[in-house]
Every structure is written in structure tokens, then in C-alpha cells.
Design a protein around this ligand. Structure first.
Ligand code: GDP
Length: 302
């Protein structure tokens, strides 16, 4: 599976844990757990989670529940898995039963929004879904062209702005209307991604959301926030703001193939309580994968 090679850098970071646990003995617990915590921090699990994990391991070791390095490793994996799956929200897309379902993709420029939208279209098309794309990033001139390339590549229809300075909300509502009138299954909406510190972007996203809901009341079914995995914990404030303003229903974490910071997946889920729905592990059409918590844990603690 690609996911296993995808996390090689995070896995390399965490491999030190195996060596530590190989030579663990009770008398050595404090030093080993300190170093284990350090390894988690380096991989961007974040201070809160790293401490929480290590404290619970220490409790279980001192209570005699964990008696070997192997048992400690298994307990570590279990607690990471619990952190990932204990939160609200399903990891698969929630698209309801009425057509078309509408997915809005949001996130700052450069994070991998357009690429992820293209890869998602590819995935949906391969499942036999009739996909319509909406080029809602009307600020960045090249964005529509980039999306048109993805439409071509995936054999999807696309709605783009006719003329300059067209509002994103107009493009999205036109697309959703077309999706409804012409029997599409899913409308995938790209949006603008200028820096989140620019308030007008957030205003625009809110107006995009309202404009699609005007056409069909259940839309958008999903608002997926694309986050650049290489930014690690730095993604957190940005994610919080998007969530507060537009209400994010799922995350797409990109560029995890090149990142040694895979632990941020755990911290972002823990902090926001929003499920990761997909991960990006490369630039090709096949490189968007549904997020599976168990496979992820096995990949990083291989
Ligand atoms: P946008 O501005 O958010 O729409 O970002 P783009 O979709 O244009 O992506 C920015 C860059 O990141 C492009 O060069 C993409 O090919 C690259 N990219 C996106 N997702 C991934 C990923 O999962 N892995 C890698 N290695 N590169 C990615």
C-alpha cells in the first residue's frame, strides 16, 4: 500500500521508539519515557498529546499492566488510535441521499486544494459517480485553468466564471443549479484561498455557502478543509479559524508523503474534533486516499 511508503519520514522519526523499548526495563522507565515523548514531539504530536500519552503509559507501567517493551509499544499504538477515533464524525464522506450532493473545498493557497479536488473527482468517477466541478477560485487567474486541466484529466464537466471579476458565489450557484437540473451526483466546489488573515476571504466563503444553500437547501453536504501536512502544528490556528467561520465537516491533509510531521494528524483531530477524511500522499491522480486510522497508526509505528 502506498500509505506505508507515504509515511516513511514520520516512521523514520519514530523508529527511535523501537530501539528505546527494546532495552526498556522498569528501572529505566523515566529516561525511556522522556525520550519517547521527545520522539512524539519531533513528529508534531504536540505537547499536550505527547504528555497525555506518556503519562498514561507511565501509569500503566507503574501499575504493572505493561511488562515489556512490546506491550508498551502496543499500548502506545492503542492510545494514538483512540485519540484518532474517539472524536465525533465519520471518516467517510456524508453525502446524504438527495442529488446532487455538494462538496465545498476550502483552504489557503498552496495547500493542495485544487489538486485534492482533482484527485477526489478521479476517485469518485472511478466509483461511477457523475461529477461536476465548479471553479470557485475566481481571484487567482490561474486557478480556473488549473482546475480545467483536472476536469480534462478526470473526464469531468466543469463550470467556470464567464468574464472577469465574477463573484465566486455566483459561479458556485450556477454550478449547483446545473448539477440539479442535469442530474449530476456530486458538485465539487473549489474556492478561493488567499491568506486566512484577510477577513474578506472568510466573508466570501460564508457567502459561497449561503448561495449554494439557496439553490438546494441541503447544500453543502460537506465542507472539506485542505491542510498542508508539511506545516505540522502551524496548521492549527488556521484550521480553527476556518472551522469557526464556515464550519468544517472534514479534513484533507496533503503532502504527507514528504512530511516527517505525521503526528500533526493526531493533534489536529484532537484539537478540532473534526475527522480526517482523506490524505494526500503524492501529486498523481491516485494519490488521495481515504483516511484509515488503523492503517495510519500501523504505518507510522511500523
Ligand atoms: P491550492 O493553491 O491550495 O489549490 O494548491 P495546489 O492544488 O495548486 O497545490 C500546490 C502544490 O502542492 C502543487 O504543486 C501540488 O502538486 C502539490 N501537492 C498537492 N497535494 C500534494 C500531496 O499530497 N503530495 C505532494 N507531494 N504534493 C502535493
Amino acid at each position: 500500500e502506498k500509505i506505508f511508503s507515504g509515511f516513511s519520514k514520520t516512521r523514520d522519526n519514530l523508529a527511535v521508539i523501537d530501539e528505546l523499548l527494546l532495552y526498556w526495563n522498569l528501572a529505566d522507565t523515566d529516561r525511556v519515557l522522556d525520550e519517547l515523548e521527545e520522539a512524539l514531539l519531533v513528529s508534531d504530536f504536540g505537547p499536550k498529546i505527547s504528555m497525555k500519552i506518556v503519562d498514561s503509559l507511565r501509569d500503566d507501567i507503574l501499575a504493572g499492566k505493561l511488562k515489556s517493551g512490546n506491550e508498551i509499544k502496543e499500548a502506545l499504538k492503542r492510545s494514538v488510535l483512540n485519540l484518532l477515533t474517539g472524536k465525533n464524525g465519520k471518516a467517510d464522506l456524508q453525502l446524504g441521499f438527495r442529488k446532487p450532493a455538494v462538496i465545498m473545498i476550502v483552504g489557503v493557497n498552496g495547500g493542495g486544494k485544487t489538486t485534492s479536488l482533482g484527485k477526489l473527482a478521479w476517485r469518485l468517477k472511478s466509483e461511477g459517480v457523475k461529477v461536476l466541478m465548479a471553479a470557485g477560485d475566481t481571484f487567482r487567474a490561474a486557478a480556473s485553468e488549473q482546475l480545467e486541466v483536472w476536469a480534462e484529466r478526470t473526464g469531468s464537466e466543469i463550470v467556470v466564471a464567464e468574464g472577469d471579476k465574477v463573484k465566486a458565489s455566483l459561479v458556485l450557484s450556477q454550478a449547483v443549479k446545473k448539477g440539479k437540473d442535469q442530474g449530476y451526483d456530486i458538485v465539487l466546489c473549489d474556492t478561493s484561498g488567499r491568506l486566512h488573515t484577510n477577513y474578506s476571504l472568510m466573508e466570501e466563503l460564508v457567502s459561497c455557502k449561503k448561495s449554494v444553500a439557496k439553490i438546494i437547501p441541503w447544500a453543502p453536504n460537506e465542507i472539506l478543509l485542505v491542510l498542508d501536512g508539511t506545516t505540522g502544528l502551524n496548521m492549527l490556528p488556521q484550521a480553527r479559524e476556518f472551522n469557526e467561520v464556515v464550519g468544517v465537516t472534514g479534513l484533507i491533509l496533503t503532502k504527507l508523503d514528504g512530511s516527517a510531521r505525521g503526528g500533526c494528524v493526531v493533534s489536529v483531530v484532537d484539537e478540532l474534533g473534526i475527522p480526517v477524511k482523506f490524505i494526500g500522499v503524492g501529486e498523481g491522480v491516485d494519490d488521495l486516499q481515504p483516511f484509515e486510522a488503523e492503517a495510519f497508526v500501523n504505518a507510522i509505528f511500523a
